[in-house]
Design a protein around this ligand. Structure first.
Ligand SMILES: [Zn+2]
Length: 173
């Protein structure tokens, strides 16, 4: 079982329209953010070297979640030419494949165990350019931890990059 969650791209004219339309601004949200599933044990974070994604940028993004009580088993760069699919217990960071809508900045696919419901692996699709943009990697790691979008203004899991922020309401472990 998996799903894909995305963040709209900067270049998207639809996104620009949403920013300028006051009715789309959602300041109040009823209830806490929703976590679809959780990991049984802390996941590893594997960065495929050929992506060109900066290790220190990933470390920085991981710290946002560590401050909220989340743990990573390890964070490392995989320089092997075979860096395609995440292994059990792993969040893999790789370049977008053909399935990623070009109008999105990044996407995360998570896989859950059919019986236990735990997240068993996750795959983050992102380009080095978008990985450098503030909050994008943090947001995608949030999806990898099972969090859904939460459209409160300045919240990390806001589906609209322009309306998001470092807000962590309801995310603390
Ligand atoms: Zn998202």
């Amino acid at each position: 079982m998996f799903w894909l969650a995305c963040l709209p791209a900067l270049a998207s004219s639809h996104t620009v329209l949403r920013v300028s339309a006051p009715v789309a601004l959602q300041t109040f949200v009823i209830g806490p953010p929703h976590q679809k599933a959780i990991w049984e044990t802390p996941p590893s974070l594997r960065i495929c070297k050929d992506t060109g994604i900066d290790y220190f940028r990933v470390m920085q993004a991981s710290r946002y979640w560590e401050k909220l009580g989340y743990r990573f088993d390890s964070i490392y760069v995989d320089s092997s030419p075979i860096c395609l699919n995440p292994r059990y217990g792993e969040i893999m960071i790789t370049l977008p494949d053909g399935t990623l809508d070009p109008s999105h900045m990044a996407a995360t696919k998570i896989y859950t165990h059919t019986k236990s419901g735990f997240i068993i692996k996750a795959k983050i699709f992102i380009t080095p350019r978008n990985a450098r943009k503030q909050r994008v990697l943090e947001h995608e790691i949030g999806h990898a931890f099972g969090w859904s979008h939460y459209n409160q203004k300045f919240h990390m899991m806001n589906s609209n990059w322009f309306l998001g922020g470092y807000g962590s309401k309801g995310l603390k472990k």
